[in-house]
Design a protein around this ligand. Structure first.
Ligand code: URA
Length: 220
């Protein structure tokens, strides 16, 4: 009975020109991305992330650090999360660790930084550069997986244990044990290696990273 009255009222409103439309789901109104269809282009996806407030990192960020590089890249590097310089500029790996990463790409792989794609597990800076929580990483992961789907790289290099753990779900994987191994990751091969920040603190690990990069180079 109530429904009938409601229907009558709707027809009545229609005579005045009212129209019914389904409220579009906006990123502002969802609490996770599991059932949301994300855009199929990097440009649209990037715009989407700019209005993301799914976790508390959005409250303290200056910029969303979406990722950058060649959208047809064969190699994708995945770090942990933006640091201060990255937060200030909106670009991934532009601080000291980033400069080292650029050197590794250009001097060891002998390709231009612009020819790879660089992203992070989370797109907003964790305060004081702390490790992103599991919740933050999981809320942000659909964006990264969509980036991987669009770019479709043949090699993904995960930088450091946080990147390796959150990408693969292997919670206990110690980077010193898994580095240099080759794992299947969808259409790509995933190779974990040390994070450049770790190399800045432990220069003796550089030779291991060098060996991992030679492996990557041989797979190109
Ligand atoms: N460290 C990361 O993991 N990502 C960046 O973008 C910069 C530093």
């Amino acid at each position: 009975m109530q429904q009938l009255q409601l229907l009558k009222r709707l027809y009545w409103l229609k005579t005045f020109g009212y129209d019914y439309f389904d409220e579009p789901k906006s990123i502002e109104t969802v609490d996770n991305l599991q059932n949301i269809k994300l855009p199929d282009t990097l440009l649209e996806l990037k715009k989407y992330t700019f209005s993301c407030h799914l976790c508390s990192l959005s409250k303290t960020r200056k910029n969303v650090v979406f990722g950058e590089g060649d959208q047809n890249a064969q190699i994708m590097f995945v770090g942990e999360g933006p640091g201060e310089m990255e937060d200030n500029t909106g670009r991934p790996f532009v601080g000291r660790a980033g400069q080292l990463l650029t050197k590794i790409i250009e001097n060891v792989l002998e390709i231009k930084r612009q020819s790879v794609y660089i992203a992070n597990i989370v797109k907003c800076r964790p305060p004081s550069n702390r490790v992103p929580t599991e919740e933050e990483a999981n809320l942000c992961k659909p964006y990264l997986l969509k980036q991987i789907e669009i770019i479709n790289p043949s090699i993904i290099v995960s930088l450091g244990s946080t990147s390796y753990r959150y990408l693969t779900g292997d919670r206990n994987g110690a980077i010193s044990r898994v580095r240099g191994e080759v794992f299947d990751f969808g259409n790509a091969k995933l190779i974990p290696t040390y994070h450049p920040s770790y190399l800045l603190r432990n220069p003796s690990a550089k030779k291991d990273l060098y060996l991992d990069m030679l492996k990557v180079k041989a797979m190109l």
